[in-house]
Design a protein around this ligand. Structure first.
Ligand code: TRP
Length: 331
């Protein structure tokens, strides 16, 4: 693998099966970057425990489902190192060392901490440290860039502050990573809100064509369009937003026109979307089915990814220990 390419690290929570929003917002973007960057993709199982510590039974299955989605989307393990965070103990060591130098107010003022700890009643030590563990994930690989959604930018900023503080205290070890925001289409869920597992409004990559069609049947449309003949407003219709992603431009134009005129009803409109969506996902889904039967292959990918990640993590930690005078030499 080419060491000259810029280093990218990203982390994903093992939430289980990924949905269209994850695919369009993250996976597709990673797949397109895998040739131009040296990518490390980390499934952050320890982060998952910061909120789901009481739901560990399904953890391994969630990791496996996430892996299936990664691999069926076209991430190539020959190009990208895909690994599990807890396989590389150096993440924990770096997190611990960072915890010595970070003032707690830096963590308490992170917006995601305040919101989530109040909303979900999370008050553990580990949860407060969530963004610091993320900083360790990133800095352990000396990543140049971190592709993330907007909501993660405060965590990247914190990572840069941690790097700066460490470098000031112990010498220049860490580069300051930049966030990499990508443009991606808005993917609404079936209730019209942003597609999200926690809203239970998602269409999964692994859903069958029939399940997809059933979900689309329930999808909301323009509330003023009650009967087929009523004129619709594509610009506010979530079904139309999905057409813009999965239907070819010529048909999109026709759908907009006939929806507005009332010629096209919502039932028919959703049927068209279902066909296009299912066609677009056909290859991904068949690959997913194949991989599902091949657990050994998935394990091989993770072993390979961990070996590659470990090499870099070990090198960074030896620099870190040296710079903090944690290495014995009585010579
Ligand atoms: N906090 C990220 C999220 O919820 C997940 C994450 C953990 C991450 N470690 C990371 C993302 C390192 C980028 C880099 O999406």
């Amino acid at each position: 693998m080419d060491r000259e390419k810029p280093i990218i690290l990203s982390g994903v929570q093992p939430t289980g099966q990924l949905h269209l929003g994850n695919y369009e917002g993250a996976l597709r973007n990673w797949v397109s970057m895998q040739d131009d960057y040296r990518m490390y993709l980390c499934v952050v199982d320890w982060h998952a425990l910061t909120s789901d510590f009481n739901e560990v039974k399904e953890l391994q299955d969630r990791i496996f489902q996430t892996m299936l989605d990664f691999l069926c989307s076209g991430l190539d393990p020959e190009k990208v190192s895909i690994f599990i965070q807890s396989d590389i103990k150096e993440h924990a060591e770096l997190h611990l060392l960072f915890s010595m130098i970070i003032p707690t107010p830096w963590l308490e003022r992170v917006p995601s901490y305040k919101e989530k700890s109040e909303a979900m009643g999370l008050d553990s030590y580990g949860f407060l440290g969530y963004p610091l563990l993320q900083a360790a994930d990133i800095l352990l690989y000396k990543a140049d860039f971190v592709p993330v959604g907007k909501d993660q930018l405060p965590h990247i900023e914190l990572t840069r502050e941690v790097a700066r503080r460490f470098n000031n205290l112990y010498g220049n070890v860490f580069p300051e990573p930049g966030g990499l925001l990508s443009k991606f289409p808005l993917i609404p869920g079936i209730d019209g809100r942003k597609m999200s597992k926690s809203y239970n409004n998602d269409i999964k990559l692994g859903d069958s064509p029939d399940e997809t069609a059933q979900k689309l049947k329930k999808m909301i449309t323009d509330p003023n369009k009650i009967y087929k003949g009523d004129p619709g407003r594509p610009e506010i219709c979530p079904v139309f937003a999905l057409h813009q992603v999965y239907t070819n431009a010529k048909d999109v134009e026709k759908i907009a026109r006939t929806c507005k005129s009332g010629e096209l009803g919502c039932v028919e409109d959703k049927k068209l979307l279902g066909e296009n969506l299912n066609t677009a996902l056909e290859n991904i889904r068949s690959k997913r089915k194949e991989l599902e039967k091949n657990k050994d292959y998935v394990l091989t990918v993770l072993d390979k990814g961990a070996a590659e990640a470990r090499e870099r993590a070990v090198a960074t930690m030896s620099e870190v220990r040296k710079s903090m005078n944690l290495v014995r030499s009585y010579a």
